[in-house]
Design a binder for this molecule. Sequence first.
Ligand code: UN1
Length: 471
Amino acid sequence: MSDSVIVSYEPATGAELWRGKTGDVDEAVDRARRAWPAWAAQPLATRIELVRRFANEVRKDSDKLAEMIARETGKPLWEARTEVESVIAKVEISVTAYAERTGQKKLDSALQGSSAVRHKPHGVMLVLGPYNFPAHLPNGHIVPALIAGNCVIFKPSEKTPATGELLVACFHRAGISAAVIQMFVGGPEEGKQLVAHRGVDGILFTGSAQAGIAINKRLANNPGKILALEMGGNNPLVVIDTPKVTDVVTLIIQSAFTSAGQRCTAARRLIIKESMYSPVIDELKAMTSRIIVGEPFADPAPFMGPVIDNDAAHQMIESFLYFLSNGGKAIRHMTRPSDDLPFLTPGIIDTTDMADRPDVELFGPLLQVIKVKDFDAAIAEANRTRFGLSASLIGGTPQDYNRFWANVRAGIINWNRPTNGASSKAPFGGLGLSGNHRPAAFYAADYCAYPVASTELEQPRATIGVGLSNG
Ligand code: UN1
C-alpha cells in the first residue's frame, strides 16, 4: 500500500491541473485477472463493436479531450486536435491490423483433419504511456490489446494523468468495464512492481531508452513475458543536392521542432553536404526566427508550445551549453524567456568539429548540424548512433535513396519527407536503443495475441512405425 500522491501541472502556466492517490498494485492486477476469462470469451465481433463505440465516445468528447491534451502537455491546440483524430482513426486501423496480423491461417496437413495457426490473448497487459502523445500512443496499445481479448492496466505518464483519465472514461462509457480497462495512477515504484508482477502477462511500453532498458533488466529472469519497447531516437536528417532550399528548410523545421522536438521521431542531427550548407543554413536561420513559441491556446496559434516541465527545459539549456563549451558553434541560441516556465526557443548548433558528440536522445527543440564532404560521409555519420528509429534523406536521385535505404540502420527510412509524422498504418519501431522489433502502430497487434499451432482430428489417430515388438 502506498498513499503518495501524483500531481500534474500545466506547463504553460505552472498551475496544478490534476491530483490523485497512487493505486494499489495487487488490487489492480487481481481485478484485471478476475475480469479476463469473461472478456476473452466474448466473440471477437463483440469486442470490435465495443471499441468502435469507444471511437464514437471520443468523437463526442473530442473538444474536451483536445483541450485537456493541450493544457496538460503544453502542445498547441491545433496539434492536440490532430492527436484526437489519431485516437479515433486508430480503432479501424487496429481492427484491420488484428485481422491481417493474427487472422487464422490454414497449414498444409498430411492428415485428414485440419492444421492451423490460431491466436490467443495473453491475459493482462500493462500499457505504460508517454507524456508527448498522452492519448494517441497509449491508445495505440490499449485498443489492439482489447480487440485481441486482453484486460488492460493503463499507467499513464505521471505528467499526464488527466488526459489518461478522460481517455479511459471514453472506454467505460462505451460499455467496456473498469476491470477490463482500468487506469492505474502511480509513480516509478508502482511501475516497477507492475512490470514484475506475476499476474501481468505483458508490457507495452512507450518512453525513454533509459526507462525501457530498466524494464528489460527487471525481466531478466522472466524471458517469457511479452515486452514491446518503443523508445527514443537520435535521428539523422541528411541533406544532399537539391535546388529546393525552401522546401528543405520547411522539412527540417517540421522534423526537428514539431511538438517542441518532443517526438521520438524528431530529427536530432542535420547532416548536410558541404555544397548545400550555406544556402540551407541561411534560410534555416531566417525561417526559425519566424517560429512562434507560445501558450497552447494563444491566437495567433503558436508553432511550438513549452516543453513538458522545468526540469526538461533546464536539461535542454544545459545540453545546449554543453555543446557550446565542447567545440559546438551556435547557429541559433536556445533561450528560455522565463525562468519559471518551460518555454524554449529552438536551438541550432553546429557540432561538426566536436570530437565526441554524446549519442543520447535530447528530447526538446535542439538540432545539431554536422557538415560532411560527400554522400558516403553522410551515410557513415547517419549510422554513428546506437539508436535506429527514423532517418530521412532530402535531395538526390532515386539511386541515392536506394543507397541510403540499403545502408542506413533505422525502422523508418524516408525520402524528401520529415523524420516524424509516421503513419499509424505502417509498422513502427526501431533498432538498437530505439526498441525491440516493431512494437507500435500497425504491428502492435503482434504483441497482443500469440499464435498457437493447432492440429485437429475428429478421432484419435497415431502410428508407431518402428521399435515395437509383436508381443
Ligand atoms: C511520429 O512519427 O511523430 O501510431 C509518431 C503510431 C505512430 C506514431 C508516430 N503514428 O504509433
